[in-house]
Design a protein around this ligand. Sequence first.
Ligand code: GRG
Length: 309
Amino acid sequence: MEVKKVQVKSMNFSEELNKRTSYIEDVIRKFLINENDYRNDRQIQIYEAMNYSVLAGGKRLRPMLVLETSRLFGGNDKDVDPFMAAIEMIHTYSLVHDDLPAMDNDEYRRGRKTTHAVYGEAMGILTGDALLNYSFETALKGTLETENKENALKALCILANKAGVFGMIGGQVVDIKNNGSAIDLDTLDYINELKTGALIEASMMMGAVLAGADENETKVIEQAASYIGQAFQIQDDILDVTSTSEVLGKPVLSDEKNNKSTYVSLLGIEKASLKVNELTNKAIEMIKSLNYENEFLFELIDSLIYRKK
Ligand code: GRG
């Protein structure tokens, strides 16, 4: 098969990963509100809480998927910058809200106290709201500034759809509605596809459309990303029972604490691991079938199978 675009093959995956992570940190910081510029604002605390939660680290997987999927289709890095920041803001808002007393009621996240534990519950709620809003403000400003307005508008639509009731929030609703009761694999897949899969889909689809991928290519990316999202969630469930809170930076055994059915509780660790492998390989094959090349992206997806945090 003819390969349409060739990228320089990654020499050393972890070195390349570090390079991209630090690039993404810079991009995210650039789009956040610099609290020092607004010291006299009466609402200064909300800027501090937003920065506290977003700048706590994290793997930055979603922005990395935006960037690398755009590169897969030969996109321009500058066009994706605001969308990388926007998806990380939405992801962080979901974590801040997920940790609230009304949800999982967790005290630690990304190796530090959760936002509500530091700033109080009301501020925790507002921080999530603020990040969600600021995410769209960031993506909209990026859209006004880019020459590729139509592609940016398509990306915005994807972001709104996948973060909302047809995506992440929808998944969280089904999860909450089933809280404490035993669920079957079908319901679990439904929750995982929306709750975790939707933002991974948004990340990769935005990268694709911003780089000018056509409708069919974007559909293939959506399906592959859905597999990656499901695999990512199952691996998250495996780590919840096999890792430590020091490594993960958040509590372990939280699914048991919250009475949640997972692939691990329903099928056991071995079958759950096989499922992660199977879904990941399917995703890589699908993306490769498009005939574009981005060795780093393939290695990144593959690395998620073996991730330790
Ligand atoms: C309350 C209106 C309202 C909305 C909340 C809470 C929520 C919507 C959605 C939950 C989304 C959620 C927490 C999904 C779990 C996905 C998951 C495995 C998150 C962890 O992602 P990582 O490992 O985290 O990429 P880091 O910290 O590395 O970024």
